[in-house]
Design a protein around this ligand. Structure first.
Ligand SMILES: [Cu+2]
Length: 148
């Protein structure tokens, strides 16, 4: 059987695009009431290093949580992101930068996560932004990880 030249190109393009899909990683973050180590109301893990094209899946391991963007800590041009309470939601990393994620009900208690993808293009936001209540302690800890 002889392949038409066009189908060989199509097969090659398909192989390239499948290769791209295979290298994209899915990160899973649990939304939890406690981690069993004295930490309450948290994303686990809280700090995620990702690549462009990766996805981050937020799973409602316990009830009463959601995952949504912190608008003041979000890469320019990245799609808006807001999950509903008790719902699994997937964030697609489409721009380089630092993605700040909060749980709306528990943000004042420090329930936040950070995803860093490629260059931290919006790093200046890290210093100008001030989180509410006792979230500052965890925020500062995450901020230090971005610098590494
Ligand atoms: Cu929560």
């Amino acid at each position: 059987m002889k392949l038409h030249p066009g189908s060989a190109v199509a097969a090659l393009l398909l192989a390239v695009s499948l290769g791209g899909t295979a290298s994209a990683e899915e990160h899973v973050v649990k939304m939890m009431n406690a981690n069993g180590k004295g930490k309450f109301m948290l994303f686990e893990p809280e700090f995620i290093k990702a690549n462009i094209g990766d996805t981050v899946k937020f799973v409602p391991t316990n009830k009463g949580h959601n995952a949504e963007m912190i608008p003041d800590l979000w890469p320019e041009g990245a799609a808006e992101f807001k999950g509903d309470l008790n719902q699994e939601v997937v964030l697609t990393i489409d721009k380089p930068g630092i993605y700040g994620i909060k749980c709306h009900p528990h943000y004042p208690m420090g329930m936040l996560a950070m995803v860093v993808a490629g260059d931290p293009t919006n790093k200046a936001q890290l210093d100008t932004y001030t989180p509410p209540g006792t979230a500052e302690k965890r925020y500062t800890a995450l901020k230090e990880q971005v610098g590494q």
